[in-house]
Ligand binder design. Structure first.
Ligand SMILES: [Zn+2]
Ligand SMILES: [Zn+2]
Length: 364
């Protein structure tokens, strides 16, 4: 039996270890991918810090990946209806086992809150199999939503956008942006950078981004931001003055939060206009409470605050269409700033943790 090398996160804060696994037997409808790229994103840093609940360590991290279809048992059809064949470059939606029958799935229509839902690289244990991309091979269990990488989209384009792009598609859907809206994006990590690009192609007028460091702000401008404000060299008062100055004293129509700090949420409430929309998407882990005056910020402001949790298969497919149309002109690929060998994944994690790059890539 062939052996597959994978990087295993055994416990929070423990060094990631290389381990060998047996190549899995495929059940009917299952497939095996030879990993081309996976990513080391902010979620992986959270996983390594033990900040996500319900994670069955040891795990093989890497929730969004691209790979070549090495083996398939039976027939495999893409989410767009196309027949998939061995040798195809495939991408897949990392969430699986959403039940489609529970209260969340059917009545509330919030499948991202389905209790049966599992996520590759996050909530699947290494003992369950090759459910993560920090591995030479990935097991696609029957029912996983997959698609062929669209024509003209390179693996680098796809993995550069990666989970941040799919999340940003959901954020923009929640924002219900109108043509000509002014938009503020808080955070210039992988999610914020993609949200900037999507706001731009959705018809935003002025897009302001708040973030750091310099190289991310430069990339934010290339993704479509008109104005970037450096979190480290400006005060909240200066940013408020700046944002009001660009919006005739009103504040922006829409704020997209992809920063994940209590202070950012408080600041966003000040920067959004009366009757505006505020989408909270960066609080993926619990960073503690923010101080809100429900009178001033919500009731009197007539504010629409919306949460945004995870993504659905439709967001994954829409992300592919965005890449098909725009990857040649929007530099999604540059979000994946550096490629690491599987054996160097601890360095990739350290670099991601220190925010030395928006996203590290792993090439097993
Ligand atoms: Zn369900
Ligand atoms: Zn991710």
């Amino acid at each position: 039996m062939r052996r597959v090398l994978a990087a295993v996160m055994t416990a929070p804060l423990a060094p990631v270890e290389m381990r060998e696994f047996a190549e899995p037997e495929l059940e009917p409808g299952a497939a095996l991918l030879r990993t081309v790229y996976s990513e080391v994103c902010g979620t992986d840093v959270h996983l390594w810090h033990g900040r996500l609940s319900g994670v069955p360590y040891p795990i093989i991290p890497g929730h969004v990946s691209v790979g070549g279809l090495a083996k398939v048992r039976g027939e495999l059809t893409g989410v767009d209806g196309a027949r998939l064949a061995e040798g195809d470059l495939l991408v897949f939606y990392d969430v699986h086992r959403t039940c489609g029958r529970c209260y969340a799935c059917t009545v509330a229509r919030t499948p991202t809150r389905c209790p049966s839902r599992r996520v590759y690289g996050i909530t699947d244990a290494a003992s369950d199999g090759l459910f993560g991309g920090w591995s030479e091979a990935i097991y696609l269990e029957p029912g996983v939503v997959a698609a062929r990488l669209p024509e003209g989209v390179t693996p680098e384009d796809y993995i550069g956008g990666g989970c941040g792009l799919v999340t940003a598609v959901h954020i923009l859907e929640r924002a219900a942006l109108k043509l000509g809206d002014t938009v503020l994006v808080q955070g210039t990590g992988a999610v914020g950078l993609s949200a900037i690009a999507l706001a731009r192609i959705s018809g935003a007028s002025t897009i302001i981004a708040i973030g750091a460091p310099d190289d991310r702000l430069a990339l934010a401008r290339r993704m479509g931001a008109d104005i970037t404000l450096d979190l480290r060299t400006t005060s909240a008062e200066e940013r408020l003055t700046d944002v009001l100055g660009h919006t005739r004293g009103r504040g922006v129509d829409v704020v997209l939060e992809a920063a994940g700090s209590a202070a950012a949420a408080e600041e966003g409430l000040e920067l959004v206009r009366d009757g505006g929309t505020y989408v909270i998407a960066g609080h993926y882990t619990d960073v503690g409470p923010s101080t809100v005056s429900f009178h001033r910020h919500v009731n009197r402001k007539h504010l629409d605050i919306r949460g945004c949790w995870g993504s659905e298969a439709g967001h994954f497919l829409r992300a592919l269409r965005v890449l098909e149309r725009h990857a040649a002109t929007i530099p999604f690929r540059d979000i994946g700033a550096r490629v690491y060998a599987l054996a160097d994944v601890n360095q990739a994690l350290a670099d991601a943790e220190a925010m030395r790059l928006p996203k590290a890539l792993v090439r097993p």
